[in-house]
Design a protein around this ligand. Structure first.
Ligand code: PGA
Ligand code: ZN
Length: 433
């Protein structure tokens, strides 16, 4: 028995960055400490990820979460009453058992993730520690390399481009603060280029400029131009990172590029993407093939995995067993970690650790539907992820997370070690050889 226990668990409906309802769980401990957790929401989801419980019907587009709130109040609260808040693993196992489905569809992944995060926040607060320190313990930590969106497409911009995220990374920056400053210049330059062309149409769901392009390649060319206009050398200070999110436009080895009105088979998409890897300074590619196309991923990773990070998002859905399988299959060399894809903190942490054991790159990621909650900034540092993906360099649900890392980097002072290229899977392998 520990002295501190969970006294109260409540839930309220709050609103996310798309103006949709979401679940906030609030836990009060016997020592008076309070912890809150908020469920984010994806738009381009993997079929095997935890399912949000939504009310359906006509009200609020069917997105309301009254049923998920009821899960917390009626089922989860009695289960957790009196429990040890420091036993995150035990609490998460109890949530998994109470739900009883592989995708948390009974209680709702939005209910379980909000509660699981609230427990974590309460435990850290009770110890009087920042969340990242509560997770990392006394040992050294690294500040993650940020992956930041400049143009947002795919499901986040009415399918205006097939490719979902056109992002940049500053792997040679000396610090997180410098990486953000370089990114800010590129983001501003990209906006100026769009304005000059009369193509400035606001921003997409994650804050990247709206991609008013006639081809996917035009977005890449514009990104290179923005890097140059900002005064940097593409491939030097600034590299490109893409999230193809191919499950959104492909299945069964066939891929339908809406913007270019072309259908490609697996080999055709491979040629298309490999050409980009030759032509553009690409450092990382996420979900280049659909979640059902292990062969496409294997061949692609065999071709570029020695120099480019190949991330599984929809393919791995933050699941440790799938990460281990992907490692055996040599299907990808990095894993995206989204707590709500798993549905609990412990499962997400297990997926991150499985990735590290496999020598994968590990990237803690936000969702396209976010809130002011900055937990993922702490998870990326506390779990030694090496990389952090939050969306673009605009909109406060994004900036809150970047800004939180700045504060932590400053607090660490001379002890702050910026991960830079260290978290890349191919670098690690090269260093080990
Ligand atoms: P989502 O997309 O949050 O809309 O699912 C993010 C991603 O694909 O990385
Ligand atoms: Zn993705």
């Amino acid at each position: 028995m520990t002295e501190v226990s969970i006294r109260k668990l409540g839930a309220r409906r709050i609103w996310d960055s798309r103006g949709r309802p979401t679940v906030e769980a609030e836990i009060e401990l016997s020592d008076g400490t309070v912890g809150r957790g908020i469920a984010p929401a994806g738009a381009s989801r993997g079929t095997r990820e935890a399912v949000d419980r939504r009310d359906g019907g006509a009200r609020l587009g069917g997105f309301d979460v009254q049923d998920a709130l009821a899960s917390v109040r009626a089922e989860i609260a009695p289960l957790l009453a009196g429990r040890d808040p420091f036993d995150q693993a035990g609490i998460d196992a109890a949530l998994i058992a109470l739900d009883g489905t592989p995708t948390k569809q009974r209680l709702g992944g939005n209910a379980t993730v909000a509660v699981s995060l609230a427990v974590l926040h309460a435990a850290a607060a009770s110890r009087g520690l920042p969340l990242w320190r509560h997770l990392a313990g006394e040992g050294p930590v690294t500040i993650p390399l940020p992956e930041i969106q400049i143009f947002g497409g795919g499901a986040h911009a009415g399918r205006r481009t097939d490719i979902q995220d056109f992002m940049v990374m500053a792997p040679k920056a000396a610090s997180f603060a410098e990486a953000l400053e370089i990114t800010a210049e590129v983001y501003l330059a990209a906006g100026r280029i769009m304005a000059e062309r009369g193509l400035l149409q606001g921003v997409a769901d994650e804050g990247g400029w709206w991609p008013a392009f006639i081809s996917n390649e035009e977005a890449l060319d514009t990104l290179v131009l923005a890097i140059e206009r900002a005064g940097f050398t593409p491939g030097e200070e600034m590299a490109i990172s893409l999230d193809v999110a191919a499950s959104e436009f492909g299945r069964g080895g066939r891929y339908c590029l809406g913007l270019e009105k072309r259908e490609l088979d697996r080999d055709g998409l491979a040629d298309y993407l490999l050409r980009w890897c030759e032509r553009y300074p690409i450092l990382s590619i996420e979900d280049p093939f659909a979640e059902d196309d292990t062969i496409g991923l294997q061949r692609f990773t065999a071709a570029v995995g020695g120099r480019i990070q190949v991330i599984g998002d929809d393919f791995l859905v933050t699941n440790a067993s799938l990460v281990e399988q992907a490692s055996r299959d040599h299907a990808v060399n990095a894993v995206l970690v989204k707590v709500n894809q798993a549905g609990t903190v412990s499962e997400a942490r297990a997926a991150c650790e499985a990735g590290r054991r496999a020598g994968f790159g590990t990237i803690v990621s936000a969702r396209s539907g976010e809130t002011e909650d900055v937990a993922i900034a702490h998870l990326a540092i506390g779990w030694h992820a090496g990389q952090l993906k939050v969306g673009s360099f605009a909109r406060s649900e994004r900036m809150a997370k970047w800004n939180e890392v700045l504060r932590i980097e400053e607090a660490l002072g001379a002890q702050a070690r910026f991960a830079g290229l260290e978290g890349m899977p191919f670098k690690r392998r090269a260093a080990a050889a």
